[in-house]
Design a binder for this molecule. Structure first.
Ligand code: G4P
Length: 281
């Protein structure tokens, strides 16, 4: 879904998340494991402030596992607990409740000490930018299909708690926040991974960015996928070679650069080049 984030929308989204924070004990910050920094909201630390938080590196099934490991260590060094998960298959999702319990143990022990014999379930809110997998994770945790509300801040409905076992309750509407658009590279990474629609950025610009990135970090996969004996330095030449090999041609047999761009981005997003990570610690 394409969303236009205007300053007014951002302020409203921030306000909505801040309101929801009052209801919960812990935040599950969802990011894309392939781009754990680029898929974060730039104000997240300020917005979440003092709430306990777990960072969930979602779509870990599509990310480079070695890089994901590095990210988990990187965040640990900043006292942020991060878990690699795949909300689609459910891999890693069970850990979330265990880690949340551990994080909230001091709070619940205090409640017990105050004489509250049966502490209530932990209450959690999922926050993240559009398309990061918030609804998929809610459905996975809920064990059933919960209708998705529009990705537009301000679309409200009565909030409900979804029970996840006995120990966790999840707010059924996630907090939707905007990514860091003002950074050009962030925009290119969001577009490369398909987090933002292809109509927003120029397709060829995105593919140029992606191919240059692959040439540096994953040269062998690039060579293998497009049967290249070497990777030409000149990006136009690289487009030409891929285009000719894969038949992305326009009338008269000239290479159609839009078709090449589409092909490369589709290949990246459907893992034809394997599991890739575009942010690096
Ligand atoms: P949102 O609520 O945060 O906006 O995201 P949503 O759950 O709708 O997920 C966006 C897309 O990401 C969905 O694909 C969903 O299936 C996919 N997705 C979510 N979590 C994971 C994961 O852990 N691994 C993988 N591989 N995919 C995941 P979709 O509905 O098919 O949308 P699209 O493919 O047409 O963009």
């Amino acid at each position: 879904m394409t969303i236009q984030w205007f300053p007014g929308h951002m302020a409203k989204a921030k306000r909505e998340v801040t309101e929801k924070l009052k209801l919960i004990d812990i935040v599950f910050e969802l990011v894309d494991a392939r781009i754990p920094i680029s898929s974060r909201n730039p104000l997240i630390d300020e917005i979440v402030a003092n709430k306990p938080r777990i960072m969930l590196l979602n779509k870990a099934d599509m990310a480079d596992p070695d890089v994901t490991k590095q990210w988990i260590d990187f965040f640990a060094a900043q006292q942020i607990e991060a878990l690699a998960i795949d909300s689609q298959s459910g891999a890693g999702v069970k850990q979330i409740v265990e880690v949340a319990k551990e994080k909230l143990r001091p709070k619940f022990e205090k409640m017990l000490a105050k004489g509250i014999k049966r502490p209530r379930a932990m209450r959690a809110l999922i926050v993240g930018i559009p398309n990061v997998g918030k609804s998929t994770l809610i459905n996975r945790l809920a064990g059933k299909h919960i209708a998705k509300t529009g990705d537009t801040p301000g679309v409200t409905k009565a909030q409900q708690w979804i029970k996840v076992g006995k120990e966790l309750e999840l707010l059924d509407t996630p907090g939707i926040l905007w990514p860091k658009f003002e950074d050009e590279e962030v925009g290119l990474k969001l577009a490369t991974t398909g987090a933002i629609k292809d109509t927003i950025l120029n397709l060829q610009d995105v593919a140029v960015y992606a191919l240059r990135f692959l040439a540096i970090y994953y040269p062998d996969r690039l060579k293998e996928r497009y049967v290249l004996s070497h990777i030409p330095e000149d990006i136009v030449q690289l487009f030409d070679e891929i285009g000719k090999k894969r038949g992305c041609l326009a009338a008269g047999g000239v290479v159609d650069y839009d078709k090449v761009a589409e092909l490369v981005l589709r290949d990246i997003r459907t893992e034809k080049l394997g599991r890739l990570s575009f942010d690096r610690p």
